[in-house]
Design a protein around this ligand. Structure first.
Ligand code: IMP
Ligand code: MG
Length: 190
């Protein structure tokens, strides 16, 4: 396991907590009371856990589900082929759904998930992401709620990984040059 001192912090714990609470307020204002939150595994697990508790603090009582999607790619670039590894169990017909993910990058993952849920009859699919990399978009999709704009760098922590390392960090950071073995960036499931 790589020690956390090799990570340069981009967004610290306090910044993230404050932003999560602001996002929760905006989400409650924009959605219906019977909201279904769908967290996109794996990268969103920590953000989703905090965002859900932030929603509770503003008196929301969403149902919570999980979908495990993977995009396979070489190195740190996703190929765009999205696969459902584990699906949600709930019916979404006529419901407001909030997709929660860690990063909106090419947009392929969230676009796939949004299309899937809309095709199943969701009334509305909103999207909340912790981070948005604006310059990397390959498909047309906008997030309704964005935590932070992310510089065009590969980030880790707060659920996000390189080959399953660094997810445990309570903040978002960048792996310092030379801190990670090159093979960490080989093909992987995100
Ligand atoms: P997209 O389909 O290209 O939008 O890819 C988004 C997914 O790629 C996110 O859900 C993350 O799991 C992963 N991802 C994109 N950029 C990063 C990064 O900088 N660090 C870790 N994972 C990333
Ligand atoms: Mg992901």
């Amino acid at each position: 396991m790589k020690p956390s001192h090799q990570i340069r912090t981009l967004f610290d714990e306090n910044q993230i907590a404050r932003r999560n609470q602001e996002m929760a307020q905006a989400i409650v204002a924009a959605s219906s009371p019977d909201l279904l939150v769908v967290a996109v595994l794996k990268g969103s697990f920590m953000f989703a856990a905090d965002l859900i508790r932030a929603l509770h603090r503003v008196d929301a009582a969403p149902q919570v589900e999980f979908i495990h999607l993977s995009s396979y790619g070489t190195g740190t670039v996703s190929s765009g082929q999205v696969t459902v590894l584990r699906d949600i169990e709930s019916e979404v017909v006529g419901r407001d759904v909030l997709l929660v993910d860690d990063i909106l990058e090419s947009g392929r993952t969230l676009s796939f998930a949004k299309d899937l849920l809309m095709a199943r009859g969701a009334r509305r699919v909103l999207v909340a992401v912790l981070l948005e990399k604006k310059s990397r978009r390959a498909v047309q999709i906008e997030a309704d709620f964005v935590g932070f704009t992310c510089p065009d760098m590969f980030v880790v922590g707060y659920g996000m990984d390189v080959a399953h390392s660094f997810r445990q960090l309570p903040f978002v950071g960048v792996v310092a040059h030379g801190a990670a073995e090159p093979d960490l960036f080989d093909d992987r499931t995100r």
